[in-house]
Design a protein around this ligand. Structure first.
Ligand SMILES: [Zn+2]
Length: 280
């Protein structure tokens, strides 16, 4: 089991929700990996803080978006530091960077750091209480997207109708109409994978500036879309989040849960959403 897979299991590990063999695999990785051990410690600490101290209410969407952006930023330097082999424990690396970047204003840094911790607890509370299965799904989807982009980078565009037909023959639910691409976006390939225990159809698209977007289609049953964190796009309000620097939208349509993961910015994924949504 690698670091990214381990990280996705830490929350479930803490709650005793993992199957025994997965628990053993995660424990084995954590025993050998200082970075994941630190992540598990942080997870445990924050979780116990939430259980003992945090009132249970949801963060307003605007706040959540800002915190998620902070969270995404904070995750990157932590990984980078860890890869260099230097000791790192979660947020301290980020805070010391602020200290460096705001010399002479330690009080600003101090209150900023305090604000981030409070906000984090509220956000994490939301994350665990409401969005956890979705965030796990999101984590897996982003990993698949990243792998898939690597695989298809050198590939020339596929014939969309052939790809769709092949994917449809490998899943036991109707895909319905699938966006075949247009003059700005080309379908590169279609594929079927297991995603968090669900047979999932995947289509990858590349736009003219070389950005990739993956569409995941799976049966909707058992997927609860959080009420918070919706992004208004014309008359629609799909769930929106950003994970590991990728934009992600999730919504339900025609008995399917539809998930878009993209290297594009928020405006870019919104435009892809409309293309996909109108087709379905
Ligand atoms: Zn690790």
């Amino acid at each position: 089991m690698d670091c990214s897979e381990t990280r996705q299991h830490l929350s479930d590990l803490n709650r005793g929700r993992l199957a025994p063999d997965t628990t053993a695999e995660v424990r084995a990785h954590v025993a050998e990996c200082a970075t994941c051990a630190a992540a598990l410690q942080t997870e445990t600490r924050i979780r116990s803080m939430i259980q003992t101290q945090a009132p249970r209410y949801s963060a307003p969407p605007a706040l959540k978006t800002r915190v998620q952006a902070l969270f995404a930023q904070a995750a990157i330097p932590t990984e980078t530091i860890a890869d260099d082999g230097a000791p790192s424990t979660g947020w301290s690396g980020r805070q010391s960077r602020w200290r460096v970047s705001l010399p002479g204003y330690p009080w600003i840094v101090g209150s900023l750091a305090g604000a981030v911790v409070i906000v984090l607890v509220v956000w994490s509370g939301w994350h665990w209480l409401v969005g956890d299965p979705v965030s796990l799904l999101a984590g897996r989807a982003v990993a698949e997207h990243t792998e898939y982009v690597k695989d298809t980078m050198t590939r020339s565009p596929a014939d969309p109708s052939t790809e769709i037909r092949q994917v449809q023959s490998q899943v036991d639910f109707p895909l319905g109409p699938v966006f075949p691409g247009d003059s700005q976006v080309q379908m590169i390939a279609g594929k079927v994978e297991w995603l968090r225990g669900r047979r999932t159809a995947m289509f990858i698209y590349r736009n003219s500036s070389g950005h990739y977007t993956t569409l995941f289609l799976m049966p909707e049953s058992g997927i609860v879309i959080p009420d918070e964190g919706r992004l208004p796009i014309e008359t629609f309000k799909p769930y929106h989040t950003e994970t590991q620097g990728r934009q992600l939208l999730l919504w339900k349509q025609q008995n399917l849960a539809c998930l878009l993961v993209s290297d594009l910015n928020q405006a870019g994924i919104a435009s892809m959403f409309l293309k996909v949504r109108e087709r379905k």
